[in-house]
Design a protein around this ligand. Structure first.
Ligand SMILES: [Zn+2]
Length: 519
């Protein structure tokens, strides 16, 4: 547009030079009957943006002047762009006054000679940047002829930020980084600042502030490190105050459950005590060792609504569990996760076992629910049976049938247990043990009875009977001299803990050997 204006200026100079008549009377035709101009058309944009430029163009014709010359009269070959027919001027007519205005602003005001062919194009540039927003009248006057048009100058639009072209991968794996790129454009006219929020699912939001001139755009890129959402499709949302755009990215989760947080419903109606702490310790075990033993992340959330549960932990007597094993006593039974979890997966745990056994049993049954089979790591906890070789440490509750346990007896029991702690025991693992204050925390009980009538009617000795809790054993020491307490404890534990019972711990050992054991 600027170029057109420049050419027009040149045209004017040429025209003025051609006629040499500045300051002529603009009142139009002097003599009656002389040809008068008429404005055949005016073209102008209906509106302009606040900083746009436009062109007003009017076609003027003098009736009665020859219009048949198809430019041949111009002769000198100087063809001025946009001003056809001005090649030659009509010497018999006075120059004509031309004005073009918008509102009260004059865009053009000059005298021009009337072209010989009676046809003239008048142009003028309109620069909206020089005008306030609003409606204006465009007026074109050529001699006595005039014509008008309306033009609107628009307000500058405030800065407005649009989002386009979000670029992401189709998929992201759990724990990987996700990079999101997007183009933000200021589709307004005025410069402005904007905070752009970029979010993936319910994970964190990254904010970036951009400063953009009107019409300018910029490319933003954000990397979400170590994405840890549930599996499935999550939206990537890029939002400005004005516009929001999103696309989805599928997260692939390594858990067969397709997510990290498993909803656990616990039905503990059948337990006569509060076992929430025991359950929490067991779920906490898996939350700490998930990546190591399961290869996928796990977190447990207790839910009261069984219908919402992924896993139901029920306390109930387990009479049978898969293949029957004679008169085995079951501490628990659970669904084994193979490919996809059932809804819900169920684990059942005997309600009357000690807290110590319950902790190990819940860990074991949740292991199945999480896809572990017997013999898999952690091998002690996933062993098919629970016994003194599978607990670390083995917790021992030492008590007296009446009164306190004599110090000498306690020392003898500790000596016997320490003997095993220094030996290779079944499973090639170290044996560790500790005393606890009650049967509830114990894997095994040791009861000292200075009279004794459970094992033997009289005469004394040791035997193993059922303890306070289901499946718990109680090693009874009845009417024993202090010196042989260690031997009786050793002889009771040895068949379970050692591959082979040494001769000195068999019933063949004589009194002297028993007193001296462990040497
Ligand atoms: Zn099992």
């Amino acid at each position: 547009m600027r170029r057109t204006t420049a050419v027009l200026a040149l045209v004017v100079l040429v025209a003025l030079a051609g006629c040499g008549g500045l300051g002529s009377d603009a009142a139009g035709p002097g003599a009656a009957g002389a040809p008068s101009p008429s404005i055949e058309s005016v073209s102008a944009p209906e509106s302009l943006g606040h900083d746009e430029r436009g062109t007003v163009e009017a076609t003027v014709r003098w009736e009665g002047l020859a219009a048949d010359g198809d430019g041949s009269e111009s002769g000198d070959g100087s063809e001025e762009d946009g001003s056809a027919g001005e090649g030659g001027s009509n010497a018999t007519l006075d120059p004509v006054r031309i004005t073009v205005r918008v509102g009260d602003r004059t865009l053009r005001d000059e005298n021009r000679s009337v072209p010989a062919n009676g046809s003239m194009t008048v142009t003028a540039g309109v620069d909206a940047a020089t005008l306030d927003p609003g409606e204006y009248e465009i007026g074109v006057t050529v001699g006595e002829a005039s014509a008008t048009r309306r033009i609107a100058i628009e307000e500058a639009r405030a800065a407005t930020f649009a989002v386009s072209e979000i670029e992401t991968p189709e998929e992201v794996a759990y724990g990987e980084d996700l990079t999101v790129a997007a183009t933000v454009t200021n589709v307004g006219d005025l410069a402005g600042n904007q905070t752009v929020g970029i979010r993936y699912g319910n994970g964190g939001t990254a904010n970036r502030t951009v400063a953009l001139d009107g019409g300018a755009e910029t490319r933003l890129s954000v990397t979400f490190a170590d994405v840890r959402l549930d599996g499935g499709s999550h939206p990537v949302v890029v939002a400005t105050a004005n516009r929001t755009r999103e696309r989805s990215v599928t997260l692939t989760h390594p858990s067969p459950y397709g997510k990290t947080t498993l909803r656990l419903h616990v039905d503990d109606d059948a337990v006569d005590r509060n076992v929430s702490g025991v359950v929490a310790a067991a779920t906490g075990y898996w939350e700490r060792t998930d990546e190591r033993y399961l290869g996928y992340p796990v977190a447990y959330e207790r839910v009261s609504d069984e219908d919402r549960a992924d896993i139901v932990l029920r306390f109930d007597r387990v009479e049978r569990c898969g293949v029957e094993d004679g008169d085995a006593r079951y501490f628990g039974c659970a669904d084994l996760l193979e490919d996809e979890p059932r809804t819900p997966m169920t684990a059942t745990v005997e309600p009357n076992i000690s807290d110590a056994e319950m902790n190990a049993t819940i860990i074991h049954e949740l292991g199945h629910v999480q896809g572990l089979e017997h013999g898999e790591e952690p091998a002690d906890l996933m062993a098919p049976t629970s016994n003194l070789t599978t607990h670390r440490p083995v917790t021992v509750h030492l008590r007296a049938e009446s009164g306190d346990v004599p110090r000498r007896v306690e020392d003898e029991v500790a000596e016997a247990l320490d003997y095993f702690a220094s030996r290779d025991i079944v499973g090639d693992d170290d044996f560790r043990w500790e005393f606890v204050d009650g049967a509830r925390e114990a894997h095994v009980q040791v009861t000292y009875d200075d009279r004794g009538d459970v094992c033997f009617a009289d005469g004394g000795g040791s035997c193993t009977v059922d303890g306070e809790y289901y499946g718990q054993e109680d090693v009874r020491l009845e009417e024993l001299d202090d010196e042989v307490v260690a031997w009786h404890v050793g002889a009771s534990f040895a068949p379970v803990l050692l591959e082979e019972v040494p001769p000195e711990l068999t019933g063949e050992a004589d009194r002297r050997e028993r007193e001296e054991w462990p040497a």
